[in-house]
Design a protein around this ligand. Structure first.
Ligand SMILES: NC(=O)c1ccc[n+]([C@@H]2O[C@H](COP(=O)([O-])OP(=O)(O)OC[C@H]3O[C@@H](n4cnc5c(N)ncnc54)[C@H](O)[C@@H]3O)[C@@H](O)[C@H]2O)c1
Length: 423
């Protein structure tokens, strides 16, 4: 990339770099699949000369992905995919590693979009997004840059939903691979990653005891599954709210109480939204909650809890602990909103553990390589992760854990594809 242009990056404090480097190294220990890919990329340079603009949570795991892409020959510029998830020490370390980063924890919305635009000034040939804010900005405000773009990847459920909507409207201009929909992503990252780190974030913010608490989980998708499992393991009584009958039934069979949010609102001690939907906890629900109820969100955007309604109901508001806002309502009930309703696992803890991001980001790196190899052959659509990449990531992860599995015998292969053999 040559010498870095100061205009290409904006971070909080360069002096945090040494601390950030140590934490990046710590995460790398738990990322064996990414390590293997990085070693190969360093030799083969599959991304030689490719310009990448990436909008991701600026965490230690993202740093290891960015270094992998850089070693693969890419010139990458990063910005944050959420104003509250940036780890400023990681941002500083990346700048020392000659990767421009535009992200400051706590940045306002204007700065957040300014940073996305600086990342786009890199004139991307590949985009990497988490929530589709970068791709949306590119398609609406910076459309002149699209001619250079080969393709992109999208990390999360909400981003994939937005991109499919763009595709349906006939407005998606280049191919994007939905990383979220790889089995080696959502089965582990969304379930075990969000599950553990959401509980971690709420615990760090509040230091509550989970045992005996009534925990209401809104949305029983992959993230909801994980959070429910971990809350149950800590001794909470878990209540699930859903709108999809199959998922609601699954929650019942998994041993949780299922009820409408208006009923759950009256009994819950802790509420966690993880739906990707809007106003899941609305004014009517806030009005009937118990004094002391805690509200947290782990879904992508801060719209799942109706915060303007909470503000309008409140007589007063104070920050009682870092990342905990106490709202006192006109009848003196107090409700506690964590991390301003933003992703609590990233805002109040460190996001997903490196071991699961290892698989998500292995998919990212391999899919970006795939995009370059298949340059010109893909249409402007949302594509699934190629099955061979998904399987390869699972195989490499198993290897790294020292676990071997069986393979089909020729006889079994034959049996499994035949229709003639019955009883
Ligand atoms: N915090 C993180 O680090 C992290 C990680 C992965 C995904 N996410 C985000 O979390 C959200 C959920 O992701 P997922 O993969 O679990 O999605 P998912 O689609 O598997 O599950 C969402 C569930 O919410 C349900 N739902 C929708 N509206 C609802 C409502 N009004 N009330 C109750 N339930 C409702 C849906 O029926 C669905 O079952 C997305 O926004 C995703 O981008 C966050």
């Amino acid at each position: 990339m040559g010498k870095m242009n100061k205009k290409q990056y904006e971070i909080k404090d360069p002096s945090l770099a040494a601390e950030g480097k140590k934490r990046i190294e710590w995460a790398y220990r738990e990322m064996p699949v990414v390590r293997l890919i990085r070693d190969r990329f360093a030799k083969e340079k599959p991304l030689k000369g490719i310009r990448i603009s990436a909008c991701l949570h600026i965490t230690t795991e993202t740093a290891n992905l960015a270094l992998t892409l850089k070693d693969g020959g890419a010139s990458i510029v990063l910005c944050a995919s959420n104003p509250l998830s940036t780890q400023d020490d990681v941002a500083a370390a990346l700048v020392e590693y000659s990767i421009p980063v535009n992200a400051i924890r706590g940045e306002d919305e204007k700065t957040y979009y300014k940073h996305i635009n600086v990342a786009l000034d890199n004139r991307p040939q590949l985009t990497v997004d988490d929530g589709a804010d970068l791709v949306t900005t590119l398609h609406t405000k910076r459309a002149e840059l699209i001619t250079d773009v080969i393709g992109g990847t999208e990390e999360t459920t909400t981003g994939v939903i937005r991109l499919r909507s763009l595709e349906r409207a006939g407005r998606l201009k280049y191919p994007i691979i939905a990383i979220n929909d790889a089995q080696t992503k959502y089965l582990f990252d969304n379930r075990y990653g969000t599950g553990q780190s959401t509980i971690d974030g709420i615990t760090r913010a509040t230091n509550i005891l989970w045992a005996s608490k009534k925990v209401v989980i809104c949305g029983y998708g992959w993230c909801g599954h994980g959070i429910a499992l971990r809350a149950k393991g800590l001794g909470s009584q878990v209540i699930v709210t859903e709108v999809e009958p199959v998922r609601a039934l699954e929650a019942v069979m998994d041993g949780y109480q299922v009820m409408p949010i208006i009923e759950a609102a009256r009994v819950g001690d802790i509420f966690i939204t993880v739906t990707g939907d809007k106003n899941v906890i609305d004014k009517a629900h806030l009005q009937v909650m118990k004094d002391g109820a805690i509200l947290a969100n782990s879904g992508h955007f801060n719209v799942e809890i109706n915060i303007p309604a909470l503000e309008s109901l409140a007589r007063s508001k104070r920050r009682i602990r870092p990342l905990v806002d106490e709202y006192t309502l006109s009848d003196s009930r107090r409700l506690y909103l964590l991390a301003e309703g933003r992703l609590v696992n990233l805002a109040a803890a460190e996001g997903h553990p490196a071991s699961v991001m290892d698989m998500s980001f292995a998919n990212q790196a391999l899919c970006l390589e795939y995009m370059v190899k298949n340059r010109g052959n893909l249409e402007p659509k949302v594509y699934p992760v190629p099955e061979e990449i998904d399987k390869q990531v699972a195989r490499l992860k198993l290897n790294s854990l020292g676990i071997n599995i069986d393979s089909l015998t020729p006889e079994q292969k034959e049996y499994l594809i035949s229709w003639e053999q019955g009883t």
